[in-house]
Design a protein around this ligand. Structure first.
Ligand code: LLP
Length: 434
């Protein structure tokens, strides 16, 4: 792979966040997730500045499922982001980071009573209602606490995004949200429009992930607009918020061609302004929920090469000291990644190899068929763009300990999540015999 000269130091090592990745691998051990914090900030600002430039009221809510940690919540807070959380622990992480509660939004297709109570008692900014069961539950809990809550209704606009079927969410046959087409969204609206405790602020949709053009977002926006116009005519409803979710694509490999982040925001707002031009109810606040596009390309994972195996005429396997336990995406979605040999970043590619993980599973392959320089044991492999849904989807398969996370900024490295030890892994185990 061609690497920009500015990313290679005089030792021929890959630089990231102003630091030598080979030195980082030595210092923290491998596997390790490293993040260039200035890139995270840059991505947050791309969205925020674009909305500001277009002079619309907005919230950019970082979808913390992509990568949640106290340090990450602090960066999101510093950048003026809102956040979306989906569980008690994601909410707890945000609270621990001192994230402003009014900018926290809660999602989930099966929010538990405990999750909703935690949201209510901490007075978070908004709950995105997903189903009729949740309306009943929330109604009961808000009465119990004698508290009001702002909500959005999550709707499925009936759009299929061109993405892996496991990360597609906006189509009718989805476990998320109320369908517009079959009238369930309107039924939910009628239950909520004049509610004493539930303050309906508007609509939400999330059409899927890793979407490379703005057309689908605009299509979804138009469907939601039509619905809102209809509800305005029939019931006098004025939506204060329109939330179009996340899903903005990123570059995992050189064949991925995402739009610059600010362009997504520009094109969506431009389209929305046209829709609202012809009506006499006010333009709503626009919310979006980018996850992957904030942290994906800002992270990479460093591994050390161990065993290598040649199957003549078939493939050369190069095994590293991590794999599906720290990055499930290739096994789960056939996701593709690229990598750089960090200690040989200035050397030409010589052979096509496949990078295998070390879990006891044939599907534990990180990269199939990539041209790399000559490899040997103890080389450091940097798998690129692992910042989203890597650490956050890590598992303990084979009882591997979770890898540490290190933030890099202004040439300084900062450990923000300690790596687990094998003792941490058995921490909650209890004996069954004396
Ligand atoms: N908002 C909602 C309601 C979502 O469900 C999601 C992602 C997002 C925002 C953020 O989407 P993003 O901007 O990150 O694409 N584990 C999969 C992705 C699952 C996404 C689930 N929801 C992956 O590794 O590709």
């Amino acid at each position: 792979m061609k690497i920009e000269a500015s990313k290679i130091n005089q030792k021929g090592h890959l630089m990231f966040g102003g630091l030598d990745t080979v030195e980082l691998a030595k210092k923290y051990g491998t596997p390790v997730y490293i993040y260039d914090v200035s890139m995270i900030r840059h991505n947050c600002r791309a969205f925020v500045d674009s909305f500001k430039k277009q002079q619309v009221a907005f919230q950019v809510a970082y979808a913390s499922k992509a990568f949640s940690s106290i340090a990450m919540m602090q960066v999101a807070k510093q950048e003026g982001m809102s956040i979306d959380v989906v569980s008690e622990a994601e909410l707890y992480t945000a609270l621990q980071a001192g994230f402003p509660v009014e900018r926290i939004h809660m999602h989930g297709n099966n929010k538990s009573e405990a999750e909703l109570e935690m949201a209510i008692t901490n007075r978070i900014g908004c709950i995105v209602i997903d189903n009729f069961y949740e309306i009943t539950l929330l109604d009961r809990l808000l009465r119990k606490h004698d508290c009001q809550m702002d909500v959005l209704i999550r709707v499925t606009p009936g759009i299929e995004s061109e993405t892996h079927k496991y990360i597609m969410t906006g189509n009718v046959d989805s476990k998320f949200g109320f369908s517009i087409q079959n009238g369930q969204a309107e039924q939910a609206f009628l239950q909520l429009q004049h509610h004493d405790y539930i303050q309906l602020k508007g609509l939400h949709c999330h059409i899927g992930s890793q979407i490379f053009d703005s057309d689908r977002f605009i299509m979804a926006a138009e469907i939601l607009f039509d619905e809102l116009r209809d509800w305005n005519q029939k019931y006098g409803f004025v939506s204060e918020v329109l939330n179009l979710g996340g899903g903005f694509g990123i570059r995992y490999t050189s064949s991925d061609k995402p739009l610059p982040l600010e362009v997504y925001a520009e094109e969506i707002v431009k389209a929305l302004k046209q829709y609202w031009d012809g009506v006499d109810f006010p333009f709503p606040e626009i919310w979006i929920e980018p996850g992957r596009s904030i942290v994906g390309e800002a992270g990479m994972t460093l591994y050390t090469v161990g065993s290598m195996k040649d199957i003549p005429g078939i493939r050369r396997y190069v095994a590293v000291d991590g794999g599906m336990a720290d990055n499930i995406r290739p096994a789960l979605y056939e996701a593709e990644y690229e990598c750089i040999v960090a200690n040989k970043a200035d050397q030409p590619d010589r052979e096509v190899v496949s990078i295998a993980g070390k879990c006891c599973e044939s599907g534990d392959m990180l990269i199939k068929d990539i041209a790399l320089p000559d490899l040997e044991a103890n080389d450091i492999i940097a798998v690129l763009a692992t910042g989203a849904y890597g650490y956050s989807m890590a598992s303990h398969y084979n009882r591997f300990a979770n890898a540490p996370v290190v933030f890099l900024e202004n040439g300084v490295d900062h450990l923000v999540v300690r790596g687990e030890t094998y003792k941490d892994v058995v921490r909650n185990d209890l004996p069954y015999e004396e």
